[in-house]
Design a protein around this ligand. Sequence first.
Ligand code: CUA
Length: 353
Amino acid sequence: MKLRLRVPTGFAWVFATAFVLCSTATFSSAPAFAAAPNRVTSIFKPLSTPAQAVYEISLLALAICGAIFLVVGGLLAYTIVRFRRRPGDEVREPPQVYGSNQIELAWTVIPILIVFVLILATARTIYDVQGAIPPADALNVTVVGHQWWWEIRYPKLGIVTANELHVPVSETSKRRPTFLKLESADVAHSFWVPQLAGKTDVIPNRQNLMWIEPIQPGTYVGNCAEYCGMQHARMLLRVIVHPPEDFERWVAAQQEPPVGDPQMVAGRDVFFATSCVNCHAIRGTKAMGKFGPDLTHLMSRQTLGAGVVANTQENLQTWVRDPQHIKPGALMPNMQLTDNELDRIVGYLLTLK
Ligand code: CUA
């Protein structure tokens, strides 16, 4: 008797565990760093056209799968209770049923129809999202995945930044979608901001395309969604959606060269005398490294280390002293700076507003 009961209980545990795993995987991918004003990372709160399409198809798939679960689980529960073993069963054999055309037809045709509905609905969504034609004034941005940060380039605007994608909001009166070209500098990554669009892989030697069309200003968080090495979990992303005039202001500020501060000349000299310049670029100077993030307007960014810590003077100091302390495995090494060099370099970096 015990053995018979154990089978359904085992199934129940498998279902329960799978459910918990799936739901946590969907809802708890929020980054560790808490300064983001909007920390929702759920696909169930879409605020962008392609994300809305993904949301709708998810609801349909969930509803169909939920109905199947209820029917199968309900019948299973009913059968377990209704036909459970009773005293006297040892001497009787249950009725033996062989074949039933109606039942076999039903369990063949109904699933085929369900799968067909899912295929058609999914194909339509994919076509709607992937087939979208960029309007003439769409913003074009190239995003390059690196271990473990995002390079963000605005080719037509001449802006290069990192880890924070600034875009205009799309209004019904004036749609402003942003089209992204995704490239990788090393391994496979995946670009994912759940409220704005589905995931798109970022693959070496290939250009993948996607678009977002946020309909509400704010800061949206996302992350790399493809395991890409030790600090994959700390390859965070922010999309900052501006009202149109704000976005124009941001563009104008980023296009300016960094404002020099004569008091920081000493720091600047230390910076240019170390190998910092081999990896980092500061527009208008001889620092033209491409390996690490562009520092032209470093202090306009909210975070350091791709979302790991807030971009404050204290954290910047800790980061420059030893990035490995904050982000072990980061490709920026400990430069073994003396305290004096460190103070001067950080003093200079703080002027890159
Ligand atoms: Cu990049 Cu995971």
